[in-house]
Design a protein around this ligand. Structure first.
Ligand code: NAD
Length: 245
């Protein structure tokens, strides 16, 4: 494994445009469970609570789950060594951008600057009626659902629900980065979420080397991965960082 990581470090040093595509797995070492797999959130909750039509009709019921899934788990979580190493790589000029499926804001908290949030962010809330946006930190919604100060409408977290489109700017930027990339690090993602999984697939099609970091095999491993670093994100990126700098 050490030799493989050193080979990857060499590839990254010689690359012109390395990008990272991250999924729920990169935040597991921060204590946030992924959706899929044995400890995944979908083993405990019904995905319907995150459907946009369900939310429009039953916002209170939806919030009773949203609160527990996203705000109880996400509050007080901190970036882990994987987030910090990606931020360091950007600072030192060897990583151009991160495309993340995560909504936990941990890349930004670790200091990463160019982060394209494919699925939005949980730190912002939006009113579906008037479009007003609020910081989630303005509300204490442990018991009451947060309401718009203009019209009293129950606010929705500004990450995408099932049935909603990808934020256009993030979509455009993510695919532009994928097309430019000569290396794409794919970290902690099953590759089962569409259209997000098309980002690394596009990178592959346009000539990038795909380097996957994941303790398990995924849909990507079979289809597009060139080098699989089989391990946890925090540990693997720490060793990679030691070979890089
Ligand atoms: P997923 O839940 O489908 O899969 C997680 C992947 O991470 C798996 O392949 C698993 O083997 C891997 N993994 C587990 N521990 C790891 C570790 N320590 N290091 C590296 N990899 C590890 O995740 P997904 O593909 O990102 O799709 C789920 C969707 O749910 C995403 O679109 C995301 O928006 C959302 N989600 C986000 C968060 C978050 O913001 N932290 C958490 C849960 C789900």
């Amino acid at each position: 494994m050490k030799n493989l990581i050193e080979a990857v470090a060499k590839l990254i040093k010689n690359s012109n445009h390395t990008i990272a595509f991250t999924g729920a797995g990169i935040s597991v070492e921060s204590g946030i469970p992924p959706f899929r797999g044995e400890t995944g959130l979908w083993g405990k909750y019904n995905p319907e609570v995150l459907d946009i039509n369900f939310f429009r009709e039953n916002p209170e019921e939806s919030w009773s789950f949203i609160r527990e899934i996203f705000y109880d788990f996400f509050t007080d979580t901190k970036p882990n060594p994987a987030h910090y190493m990606l931020a360091e790589m950007e600072k030192r000029g060897v990583l151009k951008s991160i495309i993340t499926q995560n909504i936990d804001n941990l890349h930004q908290e670790a200091g990463s600057k160019t982060v394209h949030e494919f699925h939005g962010n949980s730190k912002t809330l939006i009113c579906l009626k008037c479009g007003e946006q609020y910081s989630a930190s303005e509300f204490d919604f442990k018991t009451i659902s947060p309401k718009c100060k203009n019209d009293g409408e129950i606010l929705k977290p500004d990450f995408i629900f099932f049935g909603e489109g990808i934020p256009p700017e993030a979509y455009k930027n993510s695919f532009a980065e994928a097309e430019k990339a000569d290396i794409c690090l794919v970290i902690g993602s099953t590759g089962e979420v569409m259209p997000a999984s098309l980002v690394p697939q596009t990178a592959k099609k346009t000539g990038a080397i795909i380097i996957e970091i994941n303790p398990e095999k995924t849909a990507f491993t079979q289809q597009i991965t060139d080098i699989h670093l089989k391990g946890k994100a925090g540990e693997t990126l720490t060793v990679l960082g030691n070979s890089l700098f």
